[in-house]
Design a binder for this molecule. Structure first.
Ligand SMILES: [Zn+2]
Length: 282
């Protein structure tokens, strides 16, 4: 079997332990048919496309078969990482990027890009913060703890803080289930980020608002309506920067007008398109 074993950059939290091993297989043609069918549906969304790729390929996480529940509990960062790994395993790491120039509208092609070059941020075992349902525990290394010490540690979290603004906040890292929650929001990226931030928020303190412990993890999206715009701007940026996983932002230079711009790669862009063209070129 052409399967490959990987180490996840973040890992799955189960009972205060972290499972980092994942096994993936090569994609078969059927996934192409499945994705085409999803794309033709009226309420098609990226979440279903991602699931259609992860489910047939990811075989195990830790020692467990990768069920839908397990895939949903994986952090967004690991799901993203797995998508890139599945693309690389199924069709090789060298891809052609495609991006329209924001200045002259030229549909640029950037062949020969190596997906192995994408930087990946890990959550290391020793420097993680854990949430027990009410409080944050600092620098907990669960790999060095016995099962009894780990009881009550729910999941890993991160803190953002700014002294000048007077804000501190704690969020959990978003999972596949949080991703599902924003999948219907289509192209409204700001709302999607708001929603992700509100559903993963655990604590918030600014000069006017305090959330001691968000009930069941998460607040309503309307929470942001009352937050100072300056604070919200900062929080959005800092939250996005705190996300671990694959950094899929690339800098490109338009071949027509030499304008330099950033483009974000999505692993799903490289599954089917462009293969034939690359062969002609080589
Ligand atoms: Zn251009």
């Amino acid at each position: 079997m052409a399967s490959k074993t990987l180490q996840l950059p973040c890992g799955l939290e189960t009972d205060g332990r972290i499972e980092r091993t994942a096994e993936i297989g090569k994609l078969k043609g059927k996934v192409q048919r499945d994705i085409a069918r999803i794309a033709n549906k009226k309420n098609a969304d990226m979440y279903h496309v991602i699931e259609a790729i992860l489910k047939p390929s990811v075989q195990t996480i830790g020692s467990e078969p990768a069920s839908g529940t397990i895939l949903g509990a994986l952090l967004l960062a690991d799901r993203d990482f797995l998508l890139f790994e599945i693309v690389k395993h199924s069709r090789g790491p060298i891809v052609t990027l495609r991006a329209d120039c924001p200045k002259c509208d030229e549909a640029g092609e950037y062949p020969g890009y190596d997906l192995d070059d994408l930087p990946i941020t890990h959550i290391e075992d020793g420097d993680a913060l854990w949430w027990d349902g009410q409080n944050v525990h600092s620098a907990v290394d669960v790999s060095k703890m016995g099962p009894e010490e780990r009881v009550g540690l729910k999941y890993r979290v991160f803190r953002i803080a700014d002294e000048e603004l007077g804000v501190t906040a704690v969020f959990r890292y978003p999972t596949g289930r949080h991703q599902q929650g924003i999948s219907k929001m289509g192209d409204n990226e700001i709302e999607a980020l708001w929603k992700l931030m509100s559903t993963t928020m655990l604590q918030w303190k600014d000069p006017e608002i305090e959330v001691e412990t968000a009930p069941k993890g998460g607040v309503k999206m309307t929470f942001w309506d009352e937050v100072d715009m300056e604070i919200l701007d900062w929080a959005q940026l800092t939250y996005a920067e705190a996300m671990p996983g694959v950094d899929s932002k690339v800098e490109l230079e338009c071949p027509s007008c030499e304008h330099e711009f950033d483009s974000v790669m999505r692993p799903t862009d490289f599954l089917f398109r462009g293969r034939r063209k690359e062969k002609v070129n080589s």
